[in-house]
Design a binder for this molecule. Structure first.
Ligand code: 5AD
Length: 447
């Protein structure tokens, strides 16, 4: 049986795509291996959102193809966003047998590998669009093939592909294509199967979930297609929790806010990328909302679910950002009181408008990024410290990442919580008292 090593870079969508490719290859008789040493096929599922992510994957591939310990006939492949964006320009980096598979072609990976391995082709590059590809990301790894513990508590479900927003900094509309949504019934069916395998939490995934089904499904009784989907998933027996990522503040309507008090399985957390706290920069970015509208959204969410955990993404040193604009981002972090935020240095991306504008010098970019990180952790730690002594309910997911002798789960607010327990508790809801706060981690004692 040929061995496949698959490494994933980037977001949850990429993780989900890799899972689906892995499931497909397993079904075709491949084995998945945890390291590259004995692999017959080496695949990197790539990210393009910042240059650093691309450089990591390119560096890894060049290291792999030059590794003399490699078997002679290995097939190397790039998949996903960078494959989509760079296409056949990547082939020369794969000196032997090579594969480049774009974001609408994941489901063809097995077929292409067979063709290359049989000698029918030496190199294949397919980054063409394919109608209906949004519905091809549905296979999940069979429970028996999951790593220890053989139990998936939380599962990602891809509900749509693409994004039509065209924010001035973002490469995703190019790498993921136009918005295409799967039908509600098909998604519910996939969720039902996962629940039958023991899944207790579903995370609905899309590049811009607040645009889900806008054209294909439309509004019904004042409810957006996305809220209709959440309601349909919510009805499934045996499911405890629903999460989603990522929404866009612009499409975050009152119907979605109203879903929080109505639907108890909907977790008290929202990842709401703000990008900047300056109206001038938000306009340059083409985000379609103002600072005030964003803050109002947060106020409404907190009114709907007082304990809601809110996280965000922020970009420092977007072209044209002045020190005054940046100060407004810092003050937004204070005002919004995010539980956590991912802070990024602006990175020019090919074929995006902002890449051609005058850039902020690297030293200023780095300085703003580190000041932003400091502010984000200051507020985040204050928010986490408020949890000390509180009772929280977590869904137990598995061994703690740092210390496999302990277990970890998440609160409804999406805070990782570590405790001393028994592996039989995996998949259960458990009440804990928080006795210590770590760096963006809670430590609790079971009650
Ligand atoms: N430079 C820096 N950060 C970016 N992001 C998207 N594009 C860029 C870019 N060109 C960030 C945004 C987005 C997150 C996934 O990545 O904050 O929400």
């Amino acid at each position: 049986m040929p061995n496949v090593y698959l490494k994933t870079y980037g977001c949850q969508m990429n993780e989900r795509d890799s899972e689906a490719v892995s499931a497909q290859l397993l079904a075709q008789g491949y084995s998945l291996v945890p390291t590259e040493d004995q692999a017959d096929v080496i695949l990197l599922n790539t990210c393009s959102v910042r240059d650093l992510a691309e450089q990591k994957a390119l560096g890894k591939m060049s290291h792999l193809v030059n590794d003399s310990r490699q078997k002679p006939d290995v097939v190397f492949g790039f998949m996903g966003c960078m494959a989509q964006s760079r296409g056949s320009a990547l082939l020369p980096r794969l000196p032997r047998k090579g594969l480049v598979v774009g974001t609408q072609k994941f489901h063809r990976t097995g077929e292409y590998l067979d063709r290359i391995r049989s000698g029918e082709a030496e190199k294949i590059c397919d980054v063409a669009p394919e109608a209906g590809s949004e519905s091809t990301i549905k296979e999940h790894l069979p429970p028996a093939s999951l790593p220890n513990p053989k139990r998936r508590v939380s599962a990602y479900v891809s509900i749509m592909q693409g994004c039509n927003q065209r924010c001035a900094f973002c490469i995703v509309p190019d790498t993921r294509g136009k918005e295409r949504s799967r039908p509600i019934a098909e998604i519910v069916d996939e969720c039902r199967k996962l629940i039958a395998e023991g899944v207790r939490e579903i995370v609905l995934l899309g590049q811009i979930v607040t645009s889900y089904g806008r054209r294909e499904i439309g509004k019904k009784n004042g409810k957006s297609a996305f809220v209709q989907l959440i309601e349909a998933v919510h009805q499934l027996d045996g499911l405890e929790r629903i999460r989603f990522t990522s929404p866009h503040p612009r499409g975050y309507g009152d119907d979605l806010i109203d879903a929080y008090p109505r639907l108890p399985k909907l977790c008290a957390s929202a990842h709401l990328p703000v990008q900047s706290g300056s109206d001038r920069v938000l306009r340059l970015m083409r985000r379609g909302y103002t600072r005030e509208r964003f803050l109002e959204l947060i106020r409404k969410l907190r009114a709907a679910r007082p304990q809601i955990g809110i996280t965000t993404d922020i970009i420092a040193a977007f072209p044209g950002e002045t020190e005054t604009d940046f100060q407004e981002t810092l003050s937004l972090v204070e005002e919004a009181r995010f539980d956590n935020a991912f802070a990024f240095k602006y990175s020019p991306r090919r074929q995006t408008p902002a890449a051609n504008w005058e850039q902020i010098p690297q030293a200023i970019n780095e300085d703003r990024h580190s000041r932003l990180l400091a502010k984000v952790s200051e507020i985040g730690h204050q928010k986490y410290r408020q949890q000390l002594g509180r009772q929280v309910r977590i869904l137990v997911e598995g061994p703690s990442r740092r210390n496999p002798d302990r277990l970890q789960g998440r609160t409804s607010c999406n805070k990782i919580t570590v405790f001393e327990g028994d592996r039989r508790q995996i998949g259960e809801l458990l009440d804990l008292r928080v006795h210590r706060i770590g760096s963006f981690t809670l430590y609790g004692d079971p009650l």
